[in-house]
Design a protein around this ligand. Sequence first.
Ligand code: ADP
Ligand code: MG
Ligand code: ZN
Length: 483
Amino acid sequence: MQYEAVIGIECHVELKTKSKMFCACPNRFGGEPNAQVCPVCLALPGALPVANEEAILQVIRAGLAFGAEIPAFSKFDRKNYFYPDMPKDYQISQYDMPLAQGGIVRYWLEDGTTKECRLTRIHLEEDTGKSTHAGSGDGRIAHSRYSLLDFNRAGVPLMECVSEPDIRSAEEAVGFLEALKRTFVQLGVSDVKMEEGSLRCDANVSIRPVGSKDFGTKAEIKNMNSFRSVYRAIESEIARQIAVVAPGGRVMQETRGWDELAGTTHSMRSKEEAHDYRYFPDPDLVPIEVDRTVVARLRSLMADLPIARFERYRESYGLGVAQATQLVDTPQLAEYFDSCVGAGGGGQQAANFVLGDLSRLANETQTPVWESSVAPQDLAELIGLVESKTINSKIAKDLLLRMWNGGGSPKALVEHEGLAQTSDPGAVERFVDEVVAAHPKVVADYKAGKTNVMGFLVGQVMKQSRGKANPALAGELLAQKLG
Ligand code: ADP
Ligand code: MG
Ligand code: ZN
């Protein structure tokens, strides 16, 4: 029997706001433990929360980016649970009236195919503090002598995106998460750094026979800390479930943890131990009335999403998936590329320069391309010179280096220094004659059938002409002379 996977993702994203969700403490990663705290985020008795408008607007923008519905009313609820690192022992979250409902995330895979995954909802809640279990070797709580608590993260605004079970493979899950990441980076709502914990996700995985319409029982996988581990965890979980179901067994509904070293998932708790969170509206917070004119304004300000840009790069300029992805993944680089193309630079050439020579120079000099002294218009001009065959690609590389070092307009450089490529047969022929005269032994080798010395001879012509000879013409003339 052939099985297919059914996957739904729950993704938590820490928002990049000035202050925390319900108090005025700074929302800053790291720092001296417990230095960014106040009575509200420490949950001291009598402290009252005030909702952060900036965070609410960011969630609305995230929803609008995916075409979600933004209901006119929303509210905060208490989710009750024993949270060891949240002293209120409830989390302020949203239950039945989230800020955003529905929507569709469009994403692409490595082979360039595009896919869609529906969103169930996006809601807003607060992050917990952070505990570090210490006092013994392996850090697991059972063996720890004590735990250290840092409340700097407590109360940081956390946006939760829940997907419909539309995803069918580990590869699609990663493609979906990458789309979320790119979009949130572009919207500026989060840094989305998995290594800093600002994006955390759980994957719900089930399998079913191919062709079946019914869903199988799902397991929820936690503890993945990179997109790579999301991929591996899902692959491993699909294989485990098939090994259970194929001989006639049944998958249990449970929460499973991913073990990065072992490369497997393990049971953490079963459905029977599932929590009853006893949600109820938070009486300390007024319901949110979402102003329609604000929503309309935010919608009108929405720029093209990364997927739209990706498709434009593929369709209008014929860029490959890797190049289009690389550009889209760094919005400033994509904007630089757009300006260059807007100034007349051919798309493929512009992508080659931006992702090739310019990115290498950027790495070497620790200066982003978009902050360098090569203006996108200058690059377009350089591309024009290459396309009109005024200069060859070797000279173009040299010029680019000089432009990077503050050289200015490539046209001016070419004119000023007489760098234009020589396609005048007479001029190139003179260089060819010089080279033939200077290398009698190589010429003899060539005539004796060692035709692979041609590259050397063309190279000598290029050298003799200080890079200006048209290399194709030089090759033709050499072949004629020696043939
Ligand atoms: P729960 O009540 O267990 O939290 P939800 O219905 O809220 O489950 O769904 C949580 C996540 O699990 C969602 O992302 C949803 O798309 C996904 N999901 C639901 N059913 C399945 C299934 N049978 N297989 C895979 N994922 C599922
Ligand atoms: Mg749920
Ligand atoms: Zn605080």
